[in-house]
Design a protein around this ligand. Structure first.
Ligand code: ADP
Ligand code: ZN
Length: 267
């Protein structure tokens, strides 16, 4: 079936900073997209709903809505809290019922998952992860998160993977101005060293302003290398895809690959 004949789908990517919504039949047939700043849940969901209604008038009725959201989320369809953003540190967003909100407005089936599970599924179906199973997608941005696909299915389990909080050894002999892990929950986790805000705090310079040859990148790559080693050893992925704002740094991929190989030490 070509994209043109496939049903219209509405898509919502909910981020801590912005919401991106779209309508189309697939990645090669996106009819419209729109960006909304993430403010309070009420205001943000209302603006998103208004845009979807307009999109429906302009492009036709959509048959489903797919939502990828920042979390943590309740993804257990049997749970009373299914469809909620649960214990997020994002002010005002705790226990926000996203699925019921859109279900009541649009009366169509809703797909709901983490932003990174949505990303890993998209990469698997259309992107850099085609034919790669198990597949992992990791974003290094405002936070660090990861989605996992095994046997063609997204991994949920008791909750959903939280790759950003994998424990890693504290960097030794760090030259950072603020050496500590910045995660409020953990003493030494990936996110606490390598997410954008943690980089800024630890090195005293915004991540996107750090020069390419700054020693911070080697330390960031080393931490990522430890995380990827743990993932390789537990999930045996065929591919790991790295995205997010921090990964815009072109020097990072070869540095991380080098540290992963170093840590694996021939194993
Ligand atoms: P989000 O996590 O909200 O989806 P991003 O993935 O764009 O958004 O991540 C934003 C973070 O990435 C910010 O902390 C920012 O400092 C950092 N960032 C954005 N661009 C770059 C860049 N070119 N180099 C390094 N860090 C960047
Ligand atoms: Zn943590």
């Amino acid at each position: 079936m070509s994209d043109q004949q496939a049903p219209l789908i509405a898509a919502i990517e909910m981020g801590g900073t912005k919401i991106v919504c779209g309508i189309g039949t697939g990645p090669h047939d996106i009819r419209a997209t729109h960006r909304i700043d993430t403010t309070t849940p009420e205001e943000t969901l209302e603006s998103t709903s208004r845009w979807l209604s307009r999109a429906k008038t302009e492009h036709g009725q959509f048959s489903a809505i797919g939502i990828g959201s920042f979390g943590p989320l309740d993804l257990n369809p049997k749970s009373e809290g299914y469809g909620l953003i649960t214990t997020t540190p994002k002010p005002g967003w705790q226990q926000t019922d996203v699925v019921t909100f859109f279900k009541n407005r649009f009366r169509v089936p809703i797909g709901f998952d983490t932003d990174v599970n949505a990303a890993v599924l998209a990469e698997y179906l259309w992107g850099a992860g085609q034919g790669m199973d198990p597949l992992i997608y990791i974003t290094v941005g405002t936070g660090v998160g990861g989605g996992v696909l095994v046997n063609g299915q997204l991994v949920h389990g008791a909750m959903h993977p939280e790759i950003g909080h994998l424990a890693v050894p504290p960097p030794t002999n760090s030259a950072a101005v603020q050496r500590e892990c910045q995660c409020p929950y953990h003493k030494s986790c990936v996110e606490g060293y390598v997410c954008g805000p943690a980089i800024a705090k630890r090195w005293g310079v915004r991540a996107d302003m750090l020069p390419m040859d700054h020693p911070a990148w080697e330390e960031i790559a080393d931490v990522m290398g430890h995380a990827l080693m743990n993932l390789c050893l537990t999930l045996s992925p065929k591919r790991i895809i790295l995205g997010g704002g921090v990964m815009e740094q072109p020097q990072l991929i070869p540095l991380i690959r080098g540290r992963l190989i170093h840590h694996l030490n021939g194993y």
